[in-house]
Ligand binder design. Structure first.
Ligand SMILES: Nc1ncnc2c1ncn2[C@@H]1O[C@H](COP(=O)(O)OP(=O)(O)OP(=O)(O)O)[C@@H](O)[C@H]1O
Ligand SMILES: [Mg+2]
Length: 281
């Protein structure tokens, strides 16, 4: 089972859109995928329609019990795609966690339950933009961190400062047995202006120097209306835009490139081919 956490200290960069669409693509490839909504604003919980009218218990139970049991999981209407919903609109979980000595590792340990490891191939955790104990717990639960970054100068600066701060804050935790996963930055929502291209290449150069901890993926997710349209229709973007004409690649193609880059053993596997599971075993 491979665990990704999608994180960024900046809000509105595309975390939820990326988490939902990557999860749905991997599910369509035949992987058993569990999404976890660790944002107090439950956008991921509402992204796809759920198979039941009322969701099961959600993240609160996972964190408080320190265990992820089937009662905390809700099925979406899509095959192979389940979710642990966010059920903490008042942000009580963060306060609860603050008083726990094991706050950083609580979600990580909950994800180690044998039943979960046997039931899913991939877990994808969406986080809130603001720094806090819940975000730290989500970050420390991951094998790999994914950070969408918009090629705009203020976002690029915020990303660099925020990432350095994250490394300084959480890397000492390694001593307690929780190693911070590698950070894979994705240039996200790039438009076709020269400015965006210059900043994107600046980001690549800058991060070469970041202690080997951050790599910038080759895949670039363009700014495209398909992502918003798919969110409105509540369908995975690779199903919404399979082909497109023009220079920009289709969402189907971009999302596959991204999945293959993040999980190289999947390269060549496609949504609907349903042969991918064996590749990550
Ligand atoms: N590739 C894209 N091209 C254009 N618009 C996009 C793209 N991806 C996402 N968006 C839009 O950008 C907005 C912000 O996306 P999203 O909610 O995923 O960000 P977020 O990082 O999760 O935000 P928050 O910090 O509030 O949780 C949404 O309106 C979404 O539809
Ligand atoms: Mg979000």
């Amino acid at each position: 089972m491979i665990k990704f956490t999608v994180t960024s200290t900046k809000g509105g960069v595309g975390k939820t859109t990326l988490t939902a669409n990557l999860g749905a693509l991997l599910a369509d490839m035949g992987l058993r995928v569990l999404l976890i909504d660790a944002d107090v604003q439950p956008s991921l919980s509402k992204y796809f329609a759920l198979a039941t009218r009322k969701p099961s218990a959600g993240l609160t139970e996972v964190i408080v019990r320190g265990e992820l049991t089937p009662s905390c999981i809700t099925a979406t209407i899509y095959q192979n795609l389940d979710i642990v919903v966010s059920d903490d609109p008042e942000g009580n979980l963060s306060h609860w966690l603050l008083n726990r000595i094991d706050r950083g590792f609580r979600l990580r340990f909950a994800l180690q339950s044998p039943a979960l490891v046997d039931s899913y191939d991939c877990v994808l955790i969406d986080t809130q933009g603001a720094v806090g104990p819940l975000q730290d717990a989500a970050v420390l639960a991951a094998d790999i961190l994914i950070s969408p970054i918009t090629p705009e100068i203020l976002s690029a600066r915020e990303f660099k400062d925020g990432t350095l701060e994250l490394l300084e804050r959480l890397e000492p935790g390694s001593a307690l047995g929780a190693t911070l996963g590698p950070i894979k930055a994705v240039i996200y929502r790039q438009d076709r202006t020269a400015d965006a291209r210059i900043i994107a290449s600046g980001i690549r150069n800058d991060f070469i120097k970041l202690k080997d901890r951050v790599c910038v993926l080759d895949t670039v997710v363009p700014h495209a209306k398909a992502y918003k349209e798919a969110a409105t229709l509540r369908i995975p973007v690779h199903r919404h835009e399979r082909k497109r004409t023009g220079v920009m690649p289709s969402a189907y193609s971009v999302m596959h490139q991204l999945a293959w880059e993040l999980i190289p053993s999947l390269e060549g596997a496609f949504a609907d081919s349903f042969h991918a599971r064996a590749r990550i075993a």
